[in-house]
Ligand binder design. Structure first.
Ligand code: CA
Length: 218
């Protein structure tokens, strides 16, 4: 899962990038409001974390403009502004959640999971189809009677596929969603991940649609 972090504070940004990467996410970090709005146009982001006090354009301005332009990326505001009016304004402008700094990383991650669940119409952290089940809280995957905790990249791949069983994702779509800016991507990286998952859970867990991409069966 690829996350856009919009934060101008170096110390907070460094900490969040490290924490999100440790949780298996690819993170791109922008530090001002103008670049944030530009970056939000990229549909590869599963979620945007938006600070409000930003150079260039205030976070509220970025949010308002993004929603006016029809951009639907889920946005979680992270800010030290704790006034009720600010929370109400942020949510009413189209933010999906609002978290006041300072916060603990486990709460941020749980809110991100909850927000993504709501976006996909689920009430629990589990994604399932047929025999396959992915727990988005623990990163455990089960299929064919076998359960294992996936590596960060394996999890990132399976989360994409399991969100939409029966939908074919191309290599480019998968790469866009699991690698951030500046990450070196080997040409066969996606195949290597798929091979590793099939070795553990059986060949039928991910189907290859020749010339189109991959999917999990519905
Ligand atoms: Ca700030």
């Amino acid at each position: 899962m690829r996350v856009l972090l919009i934060e101008d504070d170096k110390q907070i940004g460094d900490g969040l990038v490290a924490a999100l990467k440790a949780a298996g996410m690819a993170v791109d970090w922008v530090r001002d409001g103008v670049m944030a709005l530009e970056a939000l146009r990229d549909p590869a982001y599963a979620i945007g974390l938006l600070d409000l006090g930003l150079p260039g354009a205030d976070g509220m301005t970025v949010l308002k403009a993004a929603r006016q332009q029809g951009l639907e990326t889920p946005i979680l505001i992270i800010t030290a502004r704790d006034a009720i009016e600010s929370r109400v304004t942020g949510l009413d402008l189209g933010a999906d959640d609002y978290l006041v700094k300072p916060f603990e990383v486990p709460e941020l991650l749980a809110r991100m999971r909850a927000l993504l669940r709501r976006r996909t119409g689920r009430a629990t952290p589990r994604l399932s189809t047929g025999e396959a089940m992915l727990d988005t809280a623990t990163h455990q995957f089960s299929c064919g009677g076998h359960t294992e905790t996936l590596s960060a990249r394996e999890y990132a791949l399976m989360q994409i596929l399991m969100e939409r069983p029966g939908h074919i994702f191309s290599r480019a779509q998968i790469e866009d969603r699991i690698y951030g800016w500046g990450e070196e991507v080997e040409s066969n990286a996606v195949e290597v991940l798929i091979h590793s998952i099939r070795r553990k859970f059986g060949k039928g867990v991910i189907l290859n649609i020749r010339g189109a991409g991959w999917m999990v069966p519905k």
